[in-house]
Design a protein. Structure first.
Length: 202
C-alpha cells in the first residue's frame, strides 16, 4: 500500500477516470437524442473503462496475474471502441457524411472485440515499470498491435477533418472546432507514450 500511495500514476489515472466518466454522463444528459452528444458520451464512457486498466495495473501485484489478465480483457471490451467513437463524434460534430469510414471502423472494432478472449489480443500480463514506477504490463498479441495502429489512424483522420472544418466555417462553430482540435492534439500526444509504456518502454 505504501508503494501505491507514492505512485503518481495511480492518482493521475483515478482523476482521468472520474473526469471521463463525468463528461460522459453530463454531456449525454444535456441532450440524449443529439448524435454529437451521444457519440461524445460513448467515447468518454469507453475511455473511462480503458483508464480502469491503468488503475488496476498499479493496484494489483505480480501475485494477481490471473485476475489482472481477466480484468484487462474485460476493460478492453470497451476500449477497442474508443477509436471509432472518436471518429464518429468528429463526423457528427462537423456534419460530415463518411459512412464507408464508419462502416470499416465499426467492423474493425467488432473484430477486435471478438478477439479479446483469445491470445491474439492480450496473451499475458507481466510485472514491470512505466516511467520509473511499478505496474503490470499487458503482453499484446498481433491484434493488439492492430488496435494501436487503428487508434492512431482514426486520430489522424479525425484531426485532418477537424482542421478542414476549421478553415471552412466561421463564428461559434469555428471556435468550437478549434477547441476540439486542441483537445485532440493534447489527448493524442500522450498516446505514443501510453502504448510504449505498455511494452515496458518509457
Amino acid at each position: 500500500m505504501s508503494n501505491l500511495m507514492l505512485n503518481p500514476l495511480f492518482y493521475f489515472s483515478v482523476f482521468a477516470f472520474l473526469t471521463s466518466l463525468f463528461l460522459s454522463v453530463f454531456v449525454w444528459l444535456k441532450d440524449t437524442k443529439n448524435q454529437v452528444n451521444i457519440t461524445y458520451a460513448l467515447l468518454n464512457f469507453c475511455l473511462a473503462a480503458w483508464i480502469l486498466w491503468d488503475i488496476f495495473s498499479v493496484v494489483l501485484t505480480p501475485k494477481d496475474l490471473g485476475l489482472a489478465l481477466a480484468l484487462s480483457r474485460a476493460v478492453y471490451t470497451l476500449a477497442v471502441f474508443v477509436p471509432i467513437f472518436y471518429l464518429h463524434f468528429v463526423y457528427a460534430l462537423i456534419g460530415l457524411k463518411r459512412k464507408y469510414w464508419l462502416i470499416i471502423g465499426y467492423f474493425i472494432s467488432l473484430v477486435l472485440f471478438v478477439s479479446i478472449p483469445t491470445n491474439l489480443f492480450i496473451n499475458k500480463i507481466d510485472a514491470g515499470t512505466a516511467f520509473g514506477f511499478s505496474r503490470l504490463l499487458t503482453g499484446g498479441g498481433f491484434l493488439f498491435d492492430i488496435f494501436g495502429l487503428f487508434y492512431f489512424a482514426t486520430a489522424i483522420i479525425g484531426l485532418v477533418e477537424l482542421i478542414r472544418a476549421f478553415f471552412g466555417t466561421l463564428g461559434h462553430k469555428r471556435q468550437q472546432v478549434g477547441y476540439f482540435i486542441m483537445a485532440t492534439l493534447i489527448a493524442y500526444s500522450a498516446g505514443p507514450l501510453y502504448f510504449l509504456s505498455l511494452y515496458g518502454i518509457s
